[in-house]
Ligand binder design. Structure first.
Ligand code: NAP
Length: 275
C-alpha cells in the first residue's frame, strides 16, 4: 500500500521505454497512490511501453523535438482530461551520437550537442508551454536529472551539459509568471544510478554504479522503485519549488575524507550488517 494518497489527482509521465525506465516506476508509484496516470513516449516506443504499462496507463506517442507532435499530445491530454491534470513528469533523455558518451568531451560535435539539448533540456520548456492551459492550479512539474550536472562524472560528457541546462530550465520555469500565478511548482529529482537503457548507454556505467554504491550510506544504490516513490512524494509536496532534490542514498553528500582502507572497512561493515 502506498504511503501517499493521490486519489483525484491526474498525472502525465513523459518518457517510458520499458519496465526498467524511471518513468515506468514513477507511473507505477503514482498509480499505486491512487492517481490517474497517462504516459507519453516516443512514437516508435508506444507498443513496447503499452505492453509494460498494461492496466496501469494509456500510452500516447510524442516526439518532444517536434512541435506538431507536442501540440497533438496537448490536444489528446485535453480530450482525456477535459478538466485538466495535476502533475507533469519529464523523464526524457537522448541525443548523443554513438561514441560521445565515452572518452574526451572535446570531440563533442555541434550537431549532437544541439540535439541532446533539444531532447533532454529544451523539451521541458516546450512541454510546459503546450500543457500550461491544461495544468490545474496548484499542480507541479518534476524533471529527472543527474549529479553529473555539478560534479565531473566520467563519460557523462554531453549529457552533463544537458542536465545542467535542464536544472536551470526547471529553476526558471518555477519563477515563470505563467506557471507561478497558477501556483504550479517546478522541481528536479537528481537520481542515483539505476540500470536502464539510457544509463547503460553511458560508457563504463557498471563501474560508475559500483563506485556510486561505495559512496552511499547503505552500501547499495537506489532502486527504480525508490525513485518512483520519491518522485510521487515530491510532486505532491507543498512548498517545494525551484529545487533539485538528491535521491541517491547519500552519494551526493559523501565527501573525500575516506582512504581506500576506510572505504573497504565501511564496505565490510555493510557486509557484516547484512549478514
Ligand atoms: P530510459 O528508460 O531510456 O528513458 C528515457 C526516455 O526518453 C526513453 O523512452 C527515450 O526514448 C525517451 N526519448 C528520447 N528521445 C525522445 C524524443 N525525441 N521524444 C520522446 N521521448 C524521447 O532511461 P531512464 O534512465 O529511465 O531515463 C529517464 C530520465 O531519468 C532521463 O532524463 C535520465 O537522464 C534520468 N536519469 C536517469 C538515471 C539512471 O541512472 N537511470 C539517473 C539520473 C537521471 P528512446 O529510447 O527512443 O531514445
Amino acid at each position: 500500500m502506498s504511503i501517499l494518497n493521490l486519489e483525484g489527482k491526474c498525472a502525465l509521465v513523459v518518457g517510458v521505454t520499458n519496465n526498467r525506465s524511471l518513468g515506468y516506476h514513477i507511473a507505477m508509484a503514482l498509480k499505486e497512490a491512487g492517481a490517474e496516470v497517462l504516459v507519453a513516449t516516443h512514437p516508435d516506443l508506444v507498443a513496447k511501453a503499452q505492453k509494460a504499462l498494461e492496466g496501469v496507463a494509456p500510452v500516447y506517442g510524442c516526439d518532444v523535438t517536434d512541435d506538431t507532435s507536442l501540440t497533438n499530445l496537448a490536444q489528446k491530454v485535453g480530450n482525456f482530461w477535459p478538466n485538466g491534470f495535476d502533475y507533469l513528469v519529464h523523464a526524457v533523455a537522448g541525443g548523443p551520437a554513438r561514441g560521445e558518451l565515452e572518452g574526451s568531451f572535446l570531440k563533442t560535435s555541434r550537431e549532437s550537442y544541439l540535439r541532446t539539448q533539444d531532447i533532454s533540456a529544451y523539451s521541458l520548456i516546450a512541454l510546459c508551454r503546450v500543457l500550461l492551459e491544461k495544468l490545474r492550479d496548484g499542480g507541479s512539474v518534476l524533471a529527472l536529472t543527474f549529479a553529473a550536472a555539478h560534479f565531473h562524472s566520467v563519460n557523462y560528457n554531453i549529457m552533463a551539459a544537458a542536465k545542467a541546462a535542464l536544472e536551470a530550465n526547471a529553476l526558471y520555469l518555477a519563477f515563470a509568471p505563467e506557471l507561478a500565478e497558477k501556483g504550479i511548482r517546478v522541481n528536479a529529482l537528481s537520481a542515483g544510478p539505476v540500470k536502464t537503457l539510457s544509463s547503460m548507454g553511458v560508457g563504463g556505467f557498471r563501474d560508475a554504479e559500483k563506485v556510486g554504491e561505495m559512496r552511499t550510506a547503505f552500501g547499495e544504490n537506489v532502486s527504480g522503485e525508490d525513485i518512483g516513490i520519491a518522485a510521487a512524494m515530491l510532486l505532491a509536496m507543498p512548498g517545494l519549488t525551484g529545487q533539485v532534490v538528491n535521491v541517491d542514498n547519500g552519494i551526493s553528500c559523501c565527501g573525500m575524507g575516506s582512504t581506500i582502507t576506510e572505504m573497504a572497512n565501511h564496505q565490510l561493515g555493510w557486509a557484516a550488517a547484512k549478514r
